[in-house]
Design a protein around this ligand. Sequence first.
Ligand code: G1P
Length: 267
Amino acid sequence: MLPIVDIPTIQYIIKEAVASGIEEILIITNSNKHCMENHFDRSYELESRLEESNKLEERDMICEIANMANIYYVRQKEPKGLGHAILCAKSFIGNDPFAVLLGDDIVENHGGKPALKQLIEAYNEVEASIVGVQTVPEDEVYKYGIVEPSKESEPVGRRVKLSSMVEKPKCEEAPSNMAVLGRYVLTPEIFNFLEMQTPGAGGEIQLTDSIKSLMISQAVYAYDFEGIRYDAGDKFGFIKATIEYALEREDLQNKLHTYLKELVKTF
Ligand code: G1P
């Protein structure tokens, strides 16, 4: 719920999902459940107070949040890792393919297609699981799930078939520098593997390990999506996102621009 400028991080992610055509959203939470529920719920009292004081723009903004999508919540009772969190969605998902968006990864594709939409379109071409990737510096591979492209098949545009995947490898052991950056479209068969998944990197149930197992019975692809990705879970990533989003805002850009110009003079 940490705001970037004045919008909670999760709202950027929900906006991307909605703009990609998703209508039903399940948020897997830890302790912030009520605060999120309240944020995305309708508040008739607040709406009519804003209406009475003629703050119609503000009223429309809070209605827009509540009308974005059907949002449901489930609480992950123990912090056992990303794979375990996704497993909490099993009965919600049923037997359909589904998208996963991680709460720390914000992707901005100015004027272009949202990252998730790009993945969904790639899914529609191959009807197989797709992980969203981008190239990261070689000395940062240890922070991510890293993909191994198949040597037997050629990339098709931005999509490439995978032969393996590894969670948080050492730099010298990484099969590439293409990192999974918080966007996935998965087939429901992933749950068969998540249910049996033993802890991996960091002692956690890793989604990456189950996707690697899924590759034995189904094709899995990586899609090198377009857009700038911010890691809002990292202090520096959060600051970058705040500055760059503020520079896009009409009410802030001039002031911030002038301030930044003055500030760099002092360096
Ligand atoms: C998670 C995933 C990892 C992925 C990363 C993207 O790791 O396990 O595969 O590359 O998100 O942000 P975490 O950042 O939760 O450690």
